[in-house]
Design a protein around this ligand. Sequence first.
Ligand SMILES: [Zn+2]
Length: 310
Amino acid sequence: MATHQRIRVRTNTIKCRFCGSDDLSKYGKYNNVQNYICKTCGRKFAEINAYPEMQHPKELIVRALTYYYNGMSLKNIVQTFDDLQSVNINKSTVWRWVIKYSKLANQYVLSLKPELSDTWIADETMIPLWGKKYWFWDIIDADTRFLIASHLSKVRTTKDATKLFYMAKLRSKTRPKVVRTDRLYSYLKAFNKVFYSNRPERKVQHLLSQGFGSKTNINLIERFHGSLKQRTKVMRDLKKKSSARIILDGYVTHYNFFLEHSYLNGKTPAQAGGIGEGINNWGDLIDLAIRNPRANPKISLDWESEFEVE
Ligand SMILES: [Zn+2]
């Protein structure tokens, strides 16, 4: 009985995008892209479009980040890949992708400074994480709803409020005229440290709201927290706190660039802040980050150690 002659394509990088087999034959070129036929499952596909040094197609990595920040668990992401594309990828691979490309994108977006309105609002919410109580600190721009910075801590000290304000200041192109907070003591000292100026043109006013009696505040903050419910899910999948800064900033990126707001007539906060053009999904952002590796090194250097979760 004649055995079937198999031609192995000797490459470490190209695998069938359907079944993962590396038993492939070349199958002609189309638009200069090599096509392959898989000897295992019989399906045809084009040479994969992959990020540098990665074995899997870009598309899978982009989906992994999108699913993850939409609140899907690692387990469900793995299951979805298996169901939809018959690709077998394990949880730790998905996790490595999320960390690697969140970090890259976060670093890049630090160089994109939005134009914000003159009122910023800071707030903290208590969330249980890893069996303990944690505080999420957020500062958002009133008009664009841009999430300027987030911080996570066990306690609410001046140091924590200072980190939040300082991150916000580094990220924005413009300086606010008013910063609204509740009456938490930590904000008072932090505000003076970060925003105080004796030059009249740089003066920022610290407005203390009457608890939740202030109507404008409460409406905005409540809607804002509603749209951040996903974040709690995203953070719950974290095993190590050392990744918390990356994931927290990754969520900030996801929220600002990819979540359209009805309040903004379907725009994203990044678009409202003038920095969202051409960035419609995680793929666009990762491509830009890879093309601009040295973007804003001064700020991104030591960002994690300086603003780490404690
Ligand atoms: Zn195959």
